[in-house]
Design a protein around this ligand. Structure first.
Ligand SMILES: [Zn+2]
Length: 550
């Protein structure tokens, strides 16, 4: 019997990670990061809670990456620090992984295998074939995982693009040949399952770019995801065609252009790329800036150019700014704010709604149909997406492809889906939390720390200061209570006086043992004060007691 256990990416955007187990062997597909709402509390990213895998420590034989997007690759250093097993991925994905592992200082300690499309890797009872799929990134794979009870196809992220800008189209032939042999389950990308029709080819944006370049009378600034390698190639090509040079700005954009160029995925004509310094001596009509920051990120190049300057460069009247990326849910406000800044500076801005300057990298409903009909699985398991998307994926497959209710299985993170070749059933539900990673370094932030930061932000902090005579155990001075950010504690309405009384009462009713132990005494004061504040104001500030012994 084979078990499929998602650690992340089901019912949420990001953190894609899935364990597949047969007997004593387990492989892990993808190790992605997520971008949680807790960002206001100093959290940059979240990763799956890999502690769950601890009980399988001796069973994990490999990590397989479908492609190099952060939501599939970003947590790789963290899982490898816990479980140092070999990694299998495409050339480009390994290129991205190497940079990341280098930043974490562990590149020398891990084993990275580069695999080609159609290559087969045997991992215990699993026989994994890597199958080329199209996506917004290059060198992406679906996986055909043969197990003793049947074949599982994991699509990775994909769309059906017959005319990609870079590389070969999706390998439907190989997928169909598995379909003819018989496929037990299709684990299938749901990101665009709510979108009718076909997802356009990466090429579809070329006419709009040509038109924008033909019309622009000043500098052109294009912002796209650094990982949208097809898109970057299009911008380079159209710039070349219109006699403009390209200056690449922003750390991740420069990094990805370098890796893609080194590995031969980008075709950059000689002399096309120029440095920021060189652009200073060029005419406006000879320049394209290719920049990071399409999501309105405050530290990225485009936002800085829009508000102040990025390395001396600012948006100016006459510039044409092209936002060639989708809005990731949650970023609407920061993008809208940035667009306002760009208009204020007198530039023209072109967004997705106005011209076809962005296409999705994910399968729409008709792509899902092509994939499902090619693979002809017994069971369809929607993955990669928020619950709404998974649900609509299920509905589509039922209503348009004739699947029965019991053959389309909605799973959630932590579910253990068991497949025995005949039946599919969720046999267990494991609790899988997520781990937060801080802004400033790569350290984990404990759940308690986030809870405390949230509490501080919402309800402020109270600091009772009590001075105890260590000989008598009595209050030496009247207690002080300092309040920061606590609603109602203005010193006028009696709340402060009441809080001090609550502290006095807590100390005076303390037992001998509590008075003798500062930790116990602090907790007693905290509880007494907490009860008082909650009763009076309903708020729950952080209470941090200071005990001074004299
Ligand atoms: Zn992706």
């Amino acid at each position: 019997m084979v078990e499929v256990i998602p650690l992340g990416g089901i019912g949420e955007f990001g953190m894609n990670c899935m364990a597949i187990r047969f007997g004593d062997d387990m492989i892990v597909v993808d190790a992605g990061m997520g971008f949680p709402e807790e960002s206001v509390f100093g959290v940059d990213v979240s990763i799956p809670d890999f502690d769950f895998l601890e009980e399988y420590r001796d069973n994990i034989t490999a990590i397989i990456l479908t492609h190099g997007h952060e939501d599939h690759l970003g947590a790789l250093p963290y899982i490898l620090k816990k479980f140092n097993v070999p990694v299998y991925a495409s050339h480009f994905t390994v290129g991205l992984a190497e940079r990341k592992l280098e930043e974490h200082g562990i590149l020398g300690d891990v084993l990275l295998h580069r695999v080609e499309p159609r290559e087969v890797v045997e991992l215990g009872p699993f026989r994994v074939e890597f199958i080329r799929v199209s996506h917004s990134l290059v060198d992406c794979f679906a996986l055909a995982i043969k197990t003793p009870v049947g074949t599982i196809i994991h699509t990775g992220d994909y769309k059906v693009d017959e005319t990609p800008v870079i590389g070969e189209p999706i390998d439907l032939r190989t997928l169909r040949s598995y379909g003819q042999e018989g496929v037990l389950a299709l684990l299938s990308d749901s990101t665009n399952a709510t979108v009718p029709g076909r997802t356009p080819s990466e090429r579809a944006v070329i006419p709009a770019f040509e038109q924008i370049f033909a019309e622009a009378t000043g500098r052109i600034v294009v912002s796209a995801f650094a990982s949208s390698i097809h898109r970057l190639q299009i911008v380079l090509d159209v710039a070349h065609q219109f006699g403009r040079k390209v200056c690449v700005l922003g750390r991740s954009m420069q990094k990805n252009v370098e890796i893609a160029d080194e590995l031969g995925y980008l075709d950059i004509p000689d002399g096309l790329r120029v440095s920021l310094g060189e652009t200073k001596h060029m005419n406006d009509t000879e320049i394209v800036f290719l920049v990071t920051g399409s999501q309105g990120e405050s530290r990225a190049a485009l936002m800085q150019m829009s508000t102040q300057s990025y390395k001396g460069l600012s948006i100016e009247p006459g510039d044409t700014v092209v936002l060639s990326a989708r809005i990731i849910p949650g970023n609407e406000r920061s993008i809208s704010r940035m667009i306002g800044f760009i208009y204020k500076r007198g530039a023209n801005i072109i967004e997705e709604k106005r011209r076809l300057i962005h296409v999705s990298g994910h399968a729409s409903q008709e792509d899902i149909k092509i994939m499902t009909e090619a693979v002809k699985p017994k069971f369809v398991v929607p993955i990669h997406g928020e619950y709404r998307m998974l649900f609509r994926h299920k509905e589509f497959v039922k209503n348009h492809l004739g699947y029965r209710e019991e053959n389309v299985i909605l799973i959630e993170n932590g579910d253990v889906l068991e497949l025995d070749g005949e039946r599919a059933a969720i046999i267990d539900k494991r609790e899988i939390k997520r781990t937060f990673i801080g802004d400033s370094n790569f350290d984990e932030i404990e759940q308690d720390v986030i809870r405390e930061r949230r509490q501080l932000a919402n309800d402020g902090i109270l600091t009772p200061v009590i001075t105890i005579n260590s000989a008598t155990g009595e209050l030496e001075l009247p207690p002080e209570v300092l309040a920061r950010g606590v609603v109602g504690f203005d010193g006028l309405n009696g709340l402060m006086a009441g809080a001090k009384d609550a502290v006095i009462e807590a100390v005076e009713s303390a037992s001998r043992a509590e008075l003798a132990d500062t930790t116990l005494l602090k907790e007693r004061v905290r509880l007494g004060l907490k009860r008082y504040v909650q009763k009076k104001t309903g708020s729950r500030p952080v209470i941090s007691t200071v005990v001074v012994e004299v």
